[in-house]
Design a protein around this ligand. Structure first.
Ligand SMILES: Cc1cc2nc3c(=O)[nH]c(=O)nc-3n(C[C@H](O)[C@H](O)[C@H](O)COP(=O)(O)OP(=O)(O)OC[C@H]3O[C@@H](n4cnc5c(N)ncnc54)[C@H](O)[C@@H]3O)c2cc1C
Length: 455
């Protein structure tokens, strides 16, 4: 299945930016429950509660004391609180339907437009006409969206964090004029294509080539695992330049703006995924895709520039992991208080309390990592290896909490309706993407030893 024959309509624009098929994109799987079973209220754990009113939300409503032992989130106010509450407001729309989407492997792509309407796609970037989220607000949005669902968090990570950021950091003024607004508004959808079938952790060795041919670049190669890579509009493709006329650029990695409906661009949705099932990743094959010379990102002159984009999104993954852990911890706590075994709630068993306390201990350490990262970023002193440490710590910790929560829910823990197992599956993707646990540890290792151990 390719982006041409199944996901995109023919382009009406000469530049080749495609128009995605409206509505959902299905990956197959089991049919969900009937429409009548979907409700307007929010399903949290086993309970159904009314969503908080976003405009009036307080920190205590968004982060109850039982999940904020050091009161790290209780003083959040103003624009930061507003952004956090805006993200939470999506829960009312997403949670009643997410299990169906997830179960069917269906990508509710129009949610990108909703995220844009709520101005949640900019990921801390300074985009004209949009609010600029502080590092704390950016983190809170990442956390809150992943607390709802990992696919929703990943939509922002891909569209705003990676694609829009590449253009805002490395693009020309003209490229920003063309893309900043539709990507921030969510009226067009974009991908960031770095990973290749043979180059994941060592993406620095990527083999996709952009050959200069007169007034065009001609791109050929394959990309794998690309969120929004099929059925969307734009892919920011990272490729190795073949242009002997430019000695400095020749052989270096640069970024290229490639319309997904251009001839030679084929994308197949990756099937059989058991994490982030409500967003699609694609395997892309480019065969002599021809784009004008001015579609190269002028600020991308080597892999170091690519790394600037990757570094900027790393903290977001740490916050996203916190969101997954929170969802699992909250569900476990609620279940322990309600589930009666041996004539008393599980929460009255010493061993269960010790386990919940241990989960809270881990959760609190995750929160401290995140809040400190936001402080360092706000101060302008954050170093890449600091974000790496937080990414490693938090994705590991989220896996632990998710596993414990799954166990505490007993058999119910493997039912989608209790949300823990969805988060437990999704955290596997965060553990790997944007630099695996090991790669991020090697970045930290290099910073403390002064020696690189990658190869
Ligand atoms: C759901 C999902 C979404 C994604 N979205 C995107 C996207 O939108 N755009 C994009 O470009 N990419 C995306 N990726 C790709 C992601 O960034 C890669 O999967 C990741 O970088 C790891 O690459 P790999 O899967 O090829 O694993 P590999 O690099 O093959 O690694 C396999 C294992 O070997 C370990 N390893 C590798 N090298 C070493 C070494 N030198 N020493 C010790 N251990 C090592 C790794 O840590 C890992 O445990 C996505 C991936 C997933 C799963």
């Amino acid at each position: 299945m390719t982006s041409h024959d199944s996901h995109t309509q023919p382009s009406t624009q000469p530049s080749g930016w495609g128009s995605p098929t409206p509505g959902h994109i299905s990956l197959g799987g089991n049919p969900g429950p009937p429409e009548d079973d979907r409700r307007d209220s929010v399903v949290t754990g086993r309970a159904v509660v009314s969503p908080p009113d976003a405009a009036a939300a307080t920190p205590a409503e968004l982060m109850p004391a039982a999940a904020d032992h050091y009161a790290l989130f209780q003083d959040i106010a103003g624009e930061d609180l507003k952004a956090w509450a805006d993200a939470r407001s999506l829960a009312a729309e997403v949670l009643p339907q997410i299990n169906d989407w997830w179960d069917r492997g269906e990508y509710p792509i129009e949610l990108i437009g909703r995220l844009g309407e709520l101005d949640l796609l900019t990921d801390g970037l300074d985009v004209p006409g949009h609010r600029t989220l502080s590092p704390l607000a950016t983190g809170l949005v990442n956390m809150e969206l992943s607390r709802i669902d990992g696919s929703v968090g990943t939509m922002v990570g891909v569209q705003g964090g990676l694609a829009l950021r590449s253009i805002m950091l490395l693009g020309s003024e003209e490229q920003k004029r063309r893309w900043a607004e539709p990507l921030a508004r969510g009226t067009e959808y974009a991908a960031f294509a770095l990973t290749e079938p043979d180059h994941g952790s060592d993406s620095v060795s990527l083999e996709t080539v952009a050959r200069r041919d007169g007034e065009h670049w001609v791109l050929s190669g394959q990309k794998r695992w690309i969120g929004n890579g099929a059925g969307c509009h734009l892919t920011v493709v990272w490729a190795r330049v073949d242009d002997p006329s430019d000695e400095a650029l020749n052989g270096q990695v640069s970024g290229f703006l490639v319309g997904q409906s251009l001839p030679g661009y084929e994308a197949e949705v990756i099937r059989g995924k058991v994490a982030l099932r409500a967003i699609h990743q694609a395997h892309i094959t480019m065969t002599d895709v021809r784009i004008p010379l001015d579609q190269r990102l002028p600020g991308a002159r080597s892999f170091k520039d690519t790394s600037k984009v990757l570094f900027a999104t790393r903290a977001g993954v740490a916050w996203g992991a916190l969101g997954h852990a929170l969802a699992c911890y909250e569900s476990a706590l609620e279940h322990a208080q309600k589930r009666i075994q041996f004539g008393r709630p599980l929460a009255k068993a010493q061993h269960v309390q010790v386990r919940l306390a241990s989960m809270l201990q881990t959760l609190t350490s995750m929160q401290l990592h995140c809040v400190r990262l936001a402080e360092l970023e706000a101060a302008g002193t954050i170093r890449p290896e600091q974000a790496s440490l937080a990414k490693v710590h938090n994705t590991r910790a989220a896996r632990e909490i998710a596993s414990d929560a799954r166990d505490l829910l007993g058999g119910s823990g493997i039912l989608l309706e209790n949300r823990v197992v969805r988060h437990r599956s999704d955290i596997e993707a965060l553990h790997t993407y944007e630099g695996t646990d090991t790669m991020q540890s090697l970045i930290v290792g290099r910073s403390i030893t002064g020696v690189s151990a990658f190869a």
